[in-house]
Design a protein around this ligand. Structure first.
Ligand SMILES: [Zn+2]
Ligand SMILES: [Zn+2]
Length: 164
C-alpha cells in the first residue's frame, strides 16, 4: 500500500486497480460517464457524481444516502482505487432490500461489487415518495415566504440605519 500525501484527488487518472483482486480496471463509457469496471469480478468504481450520470437519479446519493436507509458503517477491508484511503462499509436497508456498499470518505468514490448497483437503485427508488413529500413541503414554505411582503423586523433594521 502506498502512502501518498492526502491532498487533491486526481479523478482523471485511469490506471485504477480493483480493490478486491487487484486486476487493472477497464474504462467503460456509460451514458456519458466513464466507469471503471473490473474485468475479473465485474465490480465498478464510481467517482463522486458518476452514479447519477451513469445510472440515473435513483442511484444518486441524494436518494439513498439518507438516515431512513443508512444502517451501520464499518471499516471496510479494502482501499479506495482512486486515492488509496481506507473505505467504509455502509449498510443500506429498506424493508427486505439490503446491500452493503464501500464508500471512500476522502474522495467520495464508491465501489460497487457486481449486482450491488441494482439494489442501490431499488432502495433509491423506494425513497421516491419520501423525497417527493419533502420537496412539496419545501415548496410550500417557499411559496408562503413569497407572500410575505411586509417584514416588521426588516423595516425596524432599515429605520435603525438612520438613527444616530
Ligand atoms: Zn475485481
Ligand atoms: Zn478515495
Amino acid at each position: 500500500m502506498s502512502k501518498g500525501a492526502v491532498g487533491k484527488v486526481d479523478t482523471t487518472r485511469r490506471d485504477l486497480d480493483c480493490p478486491r483482486d487487484h486486476t487493472r480496471l477497464t474504462e467503460r463509457m456509460v451514458e456519458g460517464a466513464f466507469l471503471d469496471e473490473c474485468p475479473e469480478c465485474r465490480g465498478r468504481f464510481f467517482d463522486h457524481g458518476e452514479m447519477y450520470a451513469a445510472l440515473g437519479i435513483h442511484a444518486d446519493p441524494s436518494y439513498w444516502d439518507r438516515p431512513e436507509v443508512t444502517g451501520s458503517i464499518e471499516d471496510a477491508p479494502i482501499h479506495c482505487p482512486r486515492c488509496d484511503a481506507h473505505m467504509s462499509l455502509v449498510t443500506l436497508a429498506q424493508d427486505a432490500d439490503r446491500v452493503e456498499i464501500d464508500r471512500c470518505g476522502h474522495c467520495k468514490g464508491i465501489w460497487l461489487d457486481h449486482g450491488e448497483a441494482e439494489m442501490v437503485m431499488k432502495i433509491g427508488k423506494s425513497m421516491e415518495p419520501v423525497i417527493a413529500k419533502e420537496r412539496a413541503a419545501a415548496q410550500k414554505e417557499l411559496d408562503a415566504m413569497g407572500e410575505v411582503d411586509f417584514n416588521p423586523s426588516l423595516l425596524a433594521q432599515f429605520l435603525a440605519l438612520f438613527k444616530k
